[in-house]
Design a protein around this ligand. Structure first.
Ligand code: NAD
Ligand code: GLY
Length: 367
């Protein structure tokens, strides 16, 4: 029996389903029909995903009487650019989209963020169907409506909130995902347990190897648990105004500084940076007397067992400089997601940069 589940995301007056399971690519056409789609449907994907997973999506669209129009972009973060956005917008307009034409984003977070932003702005907004094919995109980026491109000044600095009309997460697609990418996505799975669900973290300690090994039932359970938590947070704070949605950034401020230091290149994947950042958030919280050292040790042990890095000493001054430029910085100090223990994250609003610098300088001794 194949594992499958459905989670409803409610955001203001709109709501959508996130379907998580096996064999869902074959249901794309029918699902689009149920959304009222007709005629030509743009399917945005990248050059790695196209040869692997575009075929079944195109076939499913055709068998539902729809005409797929594939738009294949270069793979990688560099595609989240103004130049690529312009290219994509042109291709969508050339495809003859109307305001009712859904855009299908088939791929990882890069495709989802770029196609999502294009869908948000073309003709003042087209419906978006996310078909995530990485673990990171399934458990995080395809849900919640954040779309963006990068600028020379930093990542994700230009974008829009644009909720999808549907998310189809077919875990069968993860069979072709490189192991390193799967591990990086797993860091975002662990994030949910560390953030607000100690029982889920304990489940991952026992069953994480099944998730990483690609066992469908374990994948569906892990993704669904994360998505349900994200759905609840997004429903309460869709635009990241009250602060609750910021909890989803556990490990991201530390991690983002490391990514910036690494030049956002293949040397350090986003999820790897988040793994180190979460371990740092725990170590920093222990240093502040907020969390038990035993919890930080448990977190490090689990991440390391999953093959993820937990330390990456770099010059404190350089990391703090990256953090000071972070788009989420407040007026009085740095907002940081800290923890009182596993499953007990909270927003610390004004953490003095000097304290963060001192902590990072201590971490340098591991270099
Ligand atoms: P990605 O989209 O670059 O995908 C990683 C690599 O895997 C790429 O080379 C891709 O071509 C390849 N790939 C994708 N699916 C595959 C499959 N099934 N089989 C084989 N190869 C496959 O990276 P990602 O980790 O999915 O996403 C990272 C992006 O997501 C970043 O740009 C980040 O800013 C963004 N993000 C957005 C949000 C949000 O809320 N919008 C949240 C987290 C991350
Ligand atoms: N990935 C963080 C968010 O969606 O808010």
């Amino acid at each position: 029996m194949s594992a499958a589940t459905r989670i409803r995301v409610e955001v203001g007056r709109t709501a959508y389903d996130v379907r998580i399971g096996q064999g869902l690519l074959a249901q794309t056409g029918q699902a689009l029909r149920e959304l009222g789609a007709e005629g030509r449907i743009p399917v945005v994907t990248d050059e790695h995903v196209a040869p692997l997973h575009l075929g079944p999506v195109a076939a499913a669209l055709r068998s539902a009487g729809l005409e797929p129009c594939a738009i294949v972009l270069p793979a990688g973060e560099a595609s989240k650019s103004f130049r690529m956005l312009e290219t994509l917008v042109g291709r969508l307009l050339d495809a003859g989209v109307t305001r009712d034409t859904p855009v299908v984003a088939l791929g990882g977070g890069v495709v989802g963020d770029l196609a999502g932003f294009a869908a948000a702005i073309v003709k003042r907004g087209l419906p978006l169907v996310q078909v995530p094919t990485t673990l990171l995109a399934m458990v995080d980026s395809s849900v919640g409506g954040k779309t963006a491109i990068d600028m020379p000044q930093g990542k994700n600095l230009v974008g829009a909130f644009h909720q999808p009309a549907l998310v189809l997460a077919d875990v069968d697609t993860l069979a072709t995902l490189p192991a390193r990418e799967r591990r990086a996505g797993y860091a975002e799975v662990v994030k949910y347990g560390l953030m607000a669900d100690a029982a889920f973290f304990a489940w991952l300690e026992t069953h994480g190897a099944r998730v990483l090994g690609g066992e469908p039932a374990a994948l569906v359970h892990a993704i669904a648990t994360g998505v349900a938590m994200k759905a609840a947070v997004v429903a309460r704070d869709p635009l990241e105004r009250t602060g609750e949605r910021m909890l989803l950034n556990l490990g991201h401020t530390f991690g983002h500084a490391l990514e910036a230091e690494a030049g956002f290149g293949p040397d350090l994947l986003h999820g790897e940076a988040v793994a180190i950042g979460m371990a740092q958030a725990f170590r920093f919280s222990v240093r502040r007397g907020l969390a038990p050292a035993a919890d930080a040790a448990r977190v490090e042990a689990h991440l390391a067992a999953a093959g993820l890095p937990v330390r990456r000493p770099r010059p404190a001054d350089r990391l703090v400089a990256h953090m000071a430029h972070d788009k989420k910085r407040g007026a009085g100090g740095l907002p940081l997601i800290l923890v009182r223990g596993i499953g007990r994250a909270f927003v610390a609003r004004d953490v003095p940069l000097e304290e963060v610098r001192a902590f990072l300088a201590e971490e340098e001794v591991f270099a």
